[in-house]
Design a protein around this ligand. Structure first.
Ligand code: ZN
Length: 337
């Protein structure tokens, strides 16, 4: 047997070792080559003493090297199989995997859905209205007369005479009451448009959620109960609420609702201008003029309405300091929610 034949034998043994996919298959390979009876290398070892002296040394060394190489590879392969490493190319299982790219809901969508869910528990139905409105639904029906400063063409996106992009979701109140008899208990989330200069606190498109409950015997106590419950459900049970008299054309009496500052808990900080309170919405009892405009009898039913900026509530809830972040669609920002 010459050196080439020994090399061929070694390669054959290594191939068989590599092909063994579990420990018992590997053991069979070991017996086949190194087994005390019938092992191929064992047989070669046994033949050494019968060789002529000058052959014995050279051949004996080659067979010993063959045996050492096969033994070493068998041991390594066994250790690898016992460690559970797969055959074939080595894979570093400790490397971090590649995460699949998952989408997620925009914070405005999340906040809107949460609001819809909270008011849904109180029996409020979701209604939508058009974003292109007429003056009747945006102003007149809401008790906003033609000389009112809110109707200035510079403060509205007029598309043509008497037609504009709605500036508030209160329009939906009028549309619903025109088409339904009381009782009415609705919320109307949606986009509104105002030609404001864009800065950290203003956008010329933003989102509002309007609410309206009209029925026999609805009182200001119902208004306070519903909105306080909303504030605790949306911002957390620790939140306190406060109502402060205000003025809106379509409610009387009117109020602004405040929640205890979410950052300082009410002790005063820059976010709440050291007052401990943050205004979150406007509300009030529906003005009798509004009921008359839609054909409801103000002697028969009462109701309350409220309107809040969804963007503003979202910013308060998640601690977002600039409204523009909500509309820039930077995934580094959106990925945080
Ligand atoms: Zn504060």
């Amino acid at each position: 047997m010459d050196a080439d034949e020994i090399r061929a034998l070694l390669q054959k043994a290594l191939d068989r070792i590599e092909a063994a996919t579990d420990v018992s298959a590997l053991e069979a390979v070991r017996v086949e080559w190194l087994g005390r009876k019938g092992g191929q290398i064992t047989a070669l070892m046994k033949s050494i003493p019968s060789l002529a002296a000058e052959q014995r040394a050279r051949f004996g060394q080659a067979v010993n090297e063959l045996k050492a190489a096969v033994t070493e590879r068998l041991d390594a392969r066994k250790a690898a199989l016992e460690a559970g490493r797969p055959a074939g190319p080595r894979i570093d299982v400790t490397m971090p995997g590649r995460r699949p790219a998952l989408g997620r809901l925009h914070p405005i969508t999340r906040a809107t859905r949460e609001m819809v869910e909270i008011f849904g528990r109180l029996g409020f139905e979701v209604v939508e209205g058009p974003e292109v409105e007429d003056e009747w639904h945006n102003f007149v029906g809401l008790n906003i007369p033609s000389e009112h400063p809110a109707r200035d063409p510079l403060d509205n996106y007029y598309l043509k005479d008497h037609v504009l992009l709605r500036t508030q979701t209160s329009t939906v109140q009028i549309r619903v009451m025109e088409n339904r008899k009381p009782p009415v208990r609705i919320i109307a989330p949606g986009r509104v448009y105002r030609p404001d200069t864009v800065d950290a606190g203003h956008s010329n498109m933003f989102h509002q959620l309007e609410g309206l409950w009209v029925e026999k015997g609805v009182t200001f106590a119902d208004l306070k109960g519903v909105l306080a419950m909303f504030a605790r459900a949306f911002f957390g049970p620790q939140v306190r609420t406060r109502f402060q008299p205000s003025y809106f054309p379509f409610t009387e009496p009117s109020a602004e609702m405040y929640v205890s500052c979410l950052l300082c808990g009410g002790s005063g900080c820059p976010a709440c201008k050291r007052t401990g309170w943050i205004e979150i919405l406007g509300c009030g009892m529906v003005d009798p003029n509004v009921f008359q405009a839609v054909g409801y009898d103000p002697e028969e039913v009462t109701g309350f309405a409220f309107g809040m900026g969804i963007d503003r509530q979202t910013m308060l809830k998640y601690g977002i300091h600039d409204i523009r972040l909500l509309f820039e669609n930077d995934v580094r920002f959106l990925r945080q929610f």
